[in-house]
Design a binder for this molecule. Structure first.
Ligand SMILES: [Zn+2]
Length: 141
């Protein structure tokens, strides 16, 4: 994989990919050479997160995942899924038979498989960066 001429302005990634006729950051997809407008507020990206602690998984939602995850004891971030309270609520219902209380669920199937499918072959934070970069590009124009 070739390298970007300079680190990505959004995520400091260094690997390059060619997509949609442009040189992009292979991690977040930001187009090399574009600069985010510092006067624009950053896009709001709501996510549902799947956090494992021992044999439990917490399904929650936030628009500030770094801050939120830092406040929750966990061993592993399994996956992010794009969505807000509506999606979170439907996942709580979908996996209700595994529910241990509050937002915590037993780390068992079908929930583990669901999180694994969401993750695919991309690190959860890379997926988040990609959603953020896509939305930022849309408002940057
Ligand atoms: Zn990047």
């Amino acid at each position: 994989m070739p390298e970007l001429p300079a680190p990505c302005l959004l995520c400091r990634g260094e690997r390059a990919e060619r997509a949609d006729g442009a040189i992009r950051c292979a991690r977040c997809g930001w187009r090399f050479g574009d600069a985010p407008d510092p006067d624009l507020p950053p896009p709001r990206v709501d996510v549902v997160y799947y956090l494992r602690w021992r044999d439990r998984i917490k399904i929650g939602t936030t628009a500030n995942p770094r801050q939120r995850l830092a406040a929750i004891r966990h061993e592993e971030l399994l996956a992010f899924e794009r969505g807000d309270r509506t999606l979170e609520h439907s996942r709580h219902i979908e996996f209700a038979e595994l529910r241990l209380g509050g937002e915590w669920f037993a780390a068992a199937d079908p929930l583990v498989t669901h999180a694994s499918r969401l993750r695919g072959d991309r690190e959860p934070w890379d997926s988040y960066l990609r959603w953020f970069a896509t939305d930022l590009a849309a408002i940057t124009g």
